[in-house]
Design a protein around this ligand. Structure first.
Ligand SMILES: [Zn+2]
Length: 256
């Protein structure tokens, strides 16, 4: 049932991606499985065949959980039983001491995080990790707990359905200041740590995944603490254009 649902979504996404390209020759998708950071087609490009190739790559990036640009949101979920294979403990400060699951990230993201925290310290900003990786099992337990407490409809407004949380990718992390104040809370907005992140995170390959004023596109309210690794090329592009990952791929039927 769930699989059918996912395939339907993927098909819908593919249709959106290739809409407007129907006069093009059939393109053969390359079987690329590594994490390519090739930017997607920009809307003002006049080279149609180039656009198709780029959109093709974008389509693969969106659905490939191994790709650091994978799209996970309320429409797109990770494949069932997906578990990153390269999780490590980033060597940075966290708001807790234990070496537990939520301290882990995928290797590439962890290394970028280490560089970013070091860069912040040079600017006198001391960051701390709050929560990074969350396994499918943990997300299921968390979500079920909320459903028990508030009912499914309400739970869905503030917690991701298992398979739909970016934390399951190992590429996202909630960050606070080193004192842990306002960790993953609205009052983190406007702090010097939040401002530093908004300005500098893209230099290290991270984006503010749920920006202010983009709720109708991302499906989430402003979360200045939730950053997502996508690689520096895509992160800088997204930041410069003041867009979201959804808009970058131009692939999700967003409800504006
Ligand atoms: Zn988060």
């Amino acid at each position: 049932m769930r699989k059918i649902f996912i395939y339907t979504l993927l098909l819908a996404a593919a249709l959106v991606l290739f809409a407007g390209c129907s006069n093009e020759k059939t393109t053969s998708p390359e079987n690329k499985s590594d994490s390519s950071n090739t930017p997607a087609a920009s809307s003002n490009s006049s080279d149609d065949s180039n656009d198709v190739a780029k959109k093709d790559e974008a389509a693969q990036a969106i659905t490939d959980p191994h790709n650091v640009a994978v799209m996970v949101n309320k429409q797109f979920s990770l494949p069932e039983n997906y578990e990153p294979t390269d999780l490590v403990y980033p060597n940075v400060r966290f708001t807790f001491k234990e070496k537990i699951e939520k301290r882990k990230m995928r290797k590439e993201a962890a290394e970028a995080l280490e560089k970013m925290f070091a860069g912040a310290e040079k600017d006198g900003v001391y960051l701390a990790g709050v929560s990074a990786y969350r396994s499918h099992k943990t997300q299921t337990a968390v979500f079920n707990r909320y459903v028990k407490k508030d009912g499914e409809e309400k739970a869905k407004t503030y917690s991701a359905i298992p398979g739909h949380s970016e934390h399951e990718t190992g590429l996202a992390i909630d960050v606070s200041g080193s004192d842990g104040r306002c960790a993953a809370e609205d009052c983190f907005a406007g702090t010097k740590e939040a401002e530093w992140l908004a300005k500098h995170a893209p230099e290290y390959g991270f984006i503010i995944r749920y920006p202010e004023g983009k709720e109708s596109i991302t499906g989430y309210k402003y979360e200045p603490w939730h950053i997502r690794y996508v690689g520096t090329d895509i992160a800088k592009n997204i930041a410069e254009r003041n867009i979201t990952l959804e808009e970058y791929f131009n692939a999700v039927p967003v409800s504006k």
